[in-house]
Design a protein around this ligand. Structure first.
Ligand code: SIN
Length: 305
């Protein structure tokens, strides 16, 4: 099992002023694409220290351009993760608060050590999805920071929904343009079951929201498929007999290997991805005697259009 060594708490405060300050070391920051369509590896920056406005702008541009940033060799406490992610936006509070970290509830955890009430192990994030699409303003991004990793396995896969949309036939693009999907907390068609919401959480989570099946990225203008087999209950005004095969066909196309970046975790990785144009999935393919534990936080987004 591979573990993160966290520095003493309090060495970086959330909301701390950015700007070129004494001790900022980012001249050597490097951004290197991981595939020709998705992902970039970032080295040479320490997110536990103040980050200049210039570096912040580079990171945000790289995030929009590549969809996934893999920022290597970080060693952050939950409060430091919060400070780091605020470089990219404002924290979005997750719907199911049972995974909140008590000392810093804006941060949740991903762990392979939780169980469903019937005793089965719960592997969060298995199956292709985009996060919290059942919200009227779904989170634009999700961030994971590795704390403890299995020796092998437990990769996170990403599929690029803009590339997938661009590769559809013009007739299928025309057929789906203007369609609206109904998103709920747990789709009745999904094989993957989520951990149930508490009564208090149910009160703040919408019953259902409508989002376009093809959305336009608010920052780069690219069109993406906006699919989510875990949350989509149907297509507005379309019979299930037509809607479900159409959604299956789109998902199969969109998750083909040619649209994927597969992230193999290394200790110290902080990964941020763009939920507006990607699907992702976890893999529970590793030795369950070993702990896989990551900090998780999401960032506010806007209404998909
Ligand atoms: C998630 O879906 O947020 C978790 C992904 C992972 O654990 O690899």
């Amino acid at each position: 099992m591979r573990r993160l060594v966290v520095p003493a708490a309090g060495s970086w405060q959330s909301g701390q002023e950015t700007g070129v300050a004494a001790g900022v070391k980012e001249e050597a920051m490097e951004v290197k694409p991981t595939t020709d369509h998705t992902g970039a590896e970032v080295r040479g920056i320490d997110l536990a220290r103040p980050v200049s406005d210039e570096a912040k702008a580079v990171l945000n541009r790289a995030f929009v351009a590549h969809g996934v940033l893999v920022i290597r060799e970080q060693s952050l406490s939950p409060h430091q993760v919060l400070g780091a992610v605020e470089l990219f936006g404002r924290v979005f509070m997750q719907h199911n608060t049972r995974f909140a970290i008590p000392e810093c509830p804006q941060i949740h955890y991903i762990s392979n050590n939780d169980r469903f009430p019937d005793g089965r192990r719960y592997i969060p994030g298995e199956g292709w999805h985009t996060d919290h699409s059942n919200d009227a303003r779904p989170p634009k991004a999700t961030v994971l920071h590795a704390v403890s990793l299995p020796d092998r396995g437990g990769d996170t896969q990403f599929a690029n929904m803009a590339a997938a949309h661009a590769a559809l036939s013009p007739s299928l693009q025309d057929r789906i343009a203007g369609l609206v999907a109904i998103h709920v907390y747990q789709s009745s068609h999904s094989a993957r079951k989520l951990m149930a919401l508490s009564d208090a959480n149910k009160e703040r989570v919408p019953n259902a929201v409508l989002h376009p099946l093809v959305r336009t990225h608010p920052e780069n203008g690219r069109k993406s498929l906006y699919l989510n087999p875990i949350r989509i209950e149907g297509i507005l005004g379309m019979d299930h007999k037509e809607a479900l095969p159409l959604l299956d066909e789109l998902l199969e196309h969109a998750t083909a290997e040619r649209f994927q970046y597969r992230h193999r975790w290394q200790p110290g990785d902080l990964v941020i991805w763009d939920n507006r144009c990607l699907l992702h999935k976890a893999n529970g393919d590793y030795d369950m005697e070993q702990t896989r534990y990551l900090y998780r936080v999401m960032l506010e987004g806007d209404v998909p259009r």
